[in-house]
Ligand binder design. Structure first.
Ligand SMILES: Cc1cc2nc3c(=O)[nH]c(=O)nc-3n(C[C@H](O)[C@H](O)[C@H](O)COP(=O)(O)OP(=O)(O)OC[C@H]3O[C@@H](n4cnc5c(N)ncnc54)[C@H](O)[C@@H]3O)c2cc1C
Length: 409
């Protein structure tokens, strides 16, 4: 069962290595850990619901507390301290478009505000009742609107109920050899409707596309009526109403279903990583990767502070010690930056990318340590059409490589 005041499951105690705690202490001080507020105490203090007389809604205090906040740092502080400014007055769980409209009717009658709620992982206060709104608040959870509704496995167009969670979506596509490839870091707990409404980006969106690329169409049920967005491949006629819904954060109505563009599951994925000597040169390297238009599904560059935190949080302490020793021997300074890339695709393409990265990394190292530009040239066997239509290749400049030792493979 999901814990009420944070991310993990009840009973799970995340292991934070001593070295990470020490790092935190040097960065922000050791602090005074306070005991968490008890769920029962918070529930007991919840004021009576202003929608108590309405049928078909949950007005249980515990349910209302569980839907009071999202998952940002201020949300966690509010929940763990028990100082939640306002909880919702009721939770509705419609199971159909008609049910959603029935909820709207209740809200209209009661002059209540409605907050659509998917996985509740918002980090921008999207599911939090506004403290100064004088109206009662009703949270409309999409949890009963989940599941695969339709799949055209020729085009890959897959229609899901808005409340479908990331793992359930991938599990439904997997038997058909398909994937959406959309993996925001909140994937386990966030929903299709939330992705659309919050214009989500996944870790591998560089390759698979952001949600706006994957959202082919769907249905928005609003107090004014139903907006059906048909999954046309492309159209030059008029504005694209999907853009109105994407990122709307529930302002215009409830997305009840979304048709998404799934693709064949890549037979292989690779996630190689490099450590670059410092931030300016790491930035330059990342920029060079971007300009080389490699077929990557991810390029993630961590600042030295994030790199330090990632290494400190690793539970594989032996490997981290070995890496640090290796970096020292190679003369890497105190502020290295981690670069992780991902390639997803057919075996041949992955091999090509790995070859390009492996060979291109020499150029990257030179770039990283000598600021030499990584120019399109003709040395490497694997190539990809650049945006100008010409072929871009990576240059290897082994000859000018006194600093090649600065790379960790
Ligand atoms: C640890 C963590 C990691 C994260 N990583 C990423 C990331 O990598 N990329 C990223 O983009 N975001 C990330 N987020 C932010 C968040 O997870 C995304 O915005 C996600 O898309 C929200 O989905 P949800 O189902 O949880 O929506 P919710 O949090 O429930 O809702 C988000 C917003 O959408 C509205 N809404 C929800 N469902 C519907 C619907 N069916 N119809 C209309 N409106 C609706 C809500 O009212 C709210 O305004 C992260 C958050 C956390 C806590």
């Amino acid at each position: 069962m999901r814990r009420w005041n944070g991310w993990s499951e009840v009973g799970m105690t995340p292991l934070v290595p001593e070295v990470a705690l020490a790092l935190l202490a040097t960065r922000i001080g050791s602090g005074l850990p306070r005991p968490d507020a008890a769920f029962e105490d918070v529930v007991a203090a919840v004021p009576e619901s202003r929608l108590a007389g309405e049928t078909g809604l949950s007005t249980e205090a515990a349910d209302r507390v569980r839907h009071a906040r999202g998952q940002s740092l201020p949300d966690w502080i509010a929940l763990r301290s028990g100082r939640i400014a306002r909880v919702t007055d009721a939770v509705a769980r419609p199971a159909s478009d008609d049910d959603v409209r029935a909820v709207f009717a209740i809200a209209q009658r009661a002059d209540a505000a409605i907050i659509p709620y998917g996985g509740g992982t918002s980090v921008v206060g999207g599911v939090t009742p506004a403290p100064d709104d004088p109206r009662p608040v009703m949270t409309l959870s999409t949890e009963a609107l989940g599941g695969l509704l339709d799949l055209d496995d020729q085009s890959g167009l897959a229609t899901f109920g808005a409340g479908t969670l990331g793992p359930d979506l991938e599990a439904a596509l997997a038997p058909h050899g398909l994937t959406l490839g959309h993996f925001p870091q909140s994937w386990e707990r966030s929903t299709v409707g939330g992705w659309v409404a919050a214009r989500s980006a996944g870790q591998q969106s560089t390759g698979f596309g952001r949600i706006e690329d994957l959202f082919a169409g769907g249905r928005l049920v609003s107090p004014a009526g139903i907006l059906d967005m048909l999954p046309f491949p492309a159209s030059a006629a008029g504005p694209d109403l999907r853009q109105l819904v994407l990122g709307s954060e529930g302002r215009f109505g409830v997305v009840t279903r979304a048709t998404l563009r799934s693709v064949p599951r890549p037979p292989r994925e690779a996630f190689p990583a490099w450590i670059l000597p410092d931030w300016p040169r790491a930035l330059e390297a990342a920029r060079a990767i971007g300009r080389a238009v490699l077929p990557l599904s991810m390029a993630r560059l961590s600042t030295p502070a994030e790199t330090e935190s990632l290494l400190a949080l690793s539970t594989r302490r032996g490997s981290v010690r070995a890496l640090r020793a290796w970096l020292r021997i190679r003369g890497i300074g105190p502020e290295p930056a981690l670069l992780i890339v991902a390639a997803s695709g057919p075996e041949k393409q992955i091999q090509d990318v790995e070859n390009m990265m492996t060979k291109g990394i020499d150029a990257l190292v030179i770039l990283a340590t000598e600021s030499a530009p990584l120019t399109p040239a003709k040395a490497l066997p694997c190539a990809r059409a650049s945006s100008s239509g010409r072929t871009a290749r990576w240059t290897r400049r082994r000859s000018a490589s006194p600093a090649r030792t600065h790379v960790a493979r």
